[in-house]
Design a binder for this molecule. Structure first.
Ligand code: 1GP
Length: 247
């Protein structure tokens, strides 16, 4: 069960985000092998906007060339596959667009059920990362201002009360600034479910800061597309931090 790994004690987990549009068949195989060497814990596959028809093949390639669990991180209801191990069933709870709160889910639910893959209900919270993110534009939602931790806390608490099993603090892929340590700490203090943090993390120092603040899972995508070798440093930083216990 993938959720069990998310909530394990010990050290935080590392998720490598794969945007299928940005990978060739060869680069995906290389990434799969590199992730195994670097002891990455998950692949997240998806994106706010995918224009190539390579989503399912990317999942199959990652499954063929690694033993790392593949988790769908869907941007919409076209990004579904029975070949994945699990899906983050994301509800964009920082936004007020019904399509991304429940609409896409209704359309996807019967198909997802039919695949038999593990479903992990996740409260997805978009935080301002210093520039307009694709997620914000595509979903037509406003991110929570980076200096308003109280809004993020209340949103995360509400998500947990609604039954979500994970909270994801997202600054947006390629964000100028990752979610701040203060925001992560404050949210973590107020929830009892695992916390995923991603968006704009580019260095091992940032990864260490994010994990020390309380992230249970760190997601990295964009920076690896430019420099895949960074993965080893990031992995050492993430796995070298002691995890803040779940309440
Ligand atoms: C985006 O949180 C992920 O959805 C990862 O962000 O691509 O900036 O690493 P980056």
């Amino acid at each position: 069960m993938v959720y069990k790994i998310f909530s394990q004690k010990g050290t935080p987990k590392l998720a490598v985000l794969v945007d299928p549009d940005k990978q060739s068949a060869e680069s995906l195989v290389r990434l799969a092998k590199l992730a195994v060497n670097c002891k990455a814990d998950f692949f997240f596959v998806g994106g706010s906007l995918l224009t190539e028809n390579s989503f399912e093949q990317a999942i199959i390639t990652l499954k063929t060339h690694s033993n790392i669990p593949v988790v769908i991180f869907p941007g919409n209801n076209y990004q579904l596959s029975k070949h994945a191990d699990a899906i983050l069933f994301l509800s964009l709870i920082s936004g007020r667009n019904p399509e991304y709160l429940i609409g896409q889910h209704v359309i996807a639910a019967p198909f997802v059920k039919g695949t038999g893959i593990e479903v992990i209900p996740t409260g997805y919270i978009l935080i301002d990362g210093g520039k307009i993110s694709t997620t914000s534009y595509i979903t037509q939602t406003v991110p929570i201002p980076a200096d308003k931790p109280e809004v993020a806390i209340s949103t995360a608490i509400a998500g947990e009360m609604l039954g979500m099993k994970m909270i994801y603090l997202e600054a947006g892929s390629g964000a100028k600034y990752p979610v701040s340590a203060n925001m992560i700490k404050e949210v973590k203090k107020n929830i009892g479910v695992p916390l995923i943090v991603g968006g704009g993390i580019r260095t091992a120092e940032q990864a260490e800061e994010v994990c020390a603040a309380g992230a249970d899972v760190l997601v990295i995508g964009n920076a690896l597309e430019k420099n895949p070798e960074l993965l080893m440093e990031i992995s050492l930083a993430v796995h070298g931090t002691k995890k803040t216990p779940l309440r």
